[in-house]
Design a protein around this ligand. Sequence first.
Ligand code: NAD
Length: 287
Amino acid sequence: MSATIIDGKAIARLVRERIAREVTELPDAPGLATVLVGDDPASAVYVSSKRKQCVQAGMRDLHQHLPGDISQHKLATTLEQLNADPKVTGILLQLPLPDHLDAAALVARIDPDKDVDGLTTLSAGRLAQGAPGLRPCTPSGVIELLDASEIPIESAHAVVVGRSELVGKPLAQLLLQRNATVTICHSRTRDVNAVCKQADILVAAAGVPGLIGAESVKPGATVIDVGIHRTDDGLRGDVDFAAASEVAGAITPVPGGVGPMTIAMLLQNTVTAAAASYAKRRAAGVF
Ligand code: NAD
């Protein structure tokens, strides 16, 4: 069998077009404050791409570039100012931060209603309880890929390899909310291959290059590869793509699968946060 390729680039483009339409229907343009601390080149590239796509979707780019030696207190104060600024409807603190800063304590300062990365404890609690809120972008992107590819989630056995706060855990919760039967594998799981082989939907998010081979895939299963690894031969994922695509029914490539979805879902979260903020202000008679 040769699997259908799930084209994340094309699906992300459709999501961005949908978001640009949604922006025009809002009473005011959303404002995304990306906060970049220091000059880490990889972070600078990610942030610049987020800002560019934000502007292309018709949103305000309210970027803040702060010095790498900024104090914990000063950065916390900046975040409080962004929380209080009505033009800022979304805040993204680019991680990782320089070593002298306590990232968890700073993320905790972000207003959960502006937490477009979905990383605050309140956002995680809202997700766990199925309450409305902002969800982490990469897991939401995986769900969007499955929906756009018309892969049924309800009643499917979904196996998520990885249990990080950023990807594995929130993704397992999103799949559960969509009525999948969810199994989570992690570094202490006995016989990961045997568990993966039972999956109708297999998501690899372990951060181990080539962890998932043909022997881990049930014939016809959908395989979503979240992993990203820079190698001498370019980007590759957690899945041995050539081998797994002989067995899977559908599969995401790396690059061009989950990666492009992450920023698209950030834009989606920024619209969602702005719409909720405007609805609140309308109720208070501001619009
Ligand atoms: P992480 O290191 O925080 O978590 C990895 C998880 O995988 C852990 O829960 C660990 O228990 C589990 N694990 C590790 N080795 C395992 C093994 N051999 N078998 C089973 N489970 C194992 O990583 P993360 O932040 O969740 O990221 C995972 C991967 O996804 C990385 O490659 C990262 O670069 C990539 N990523 C991609 C995007 C994107 O936009 N595509 C976004 C975030 C992360």
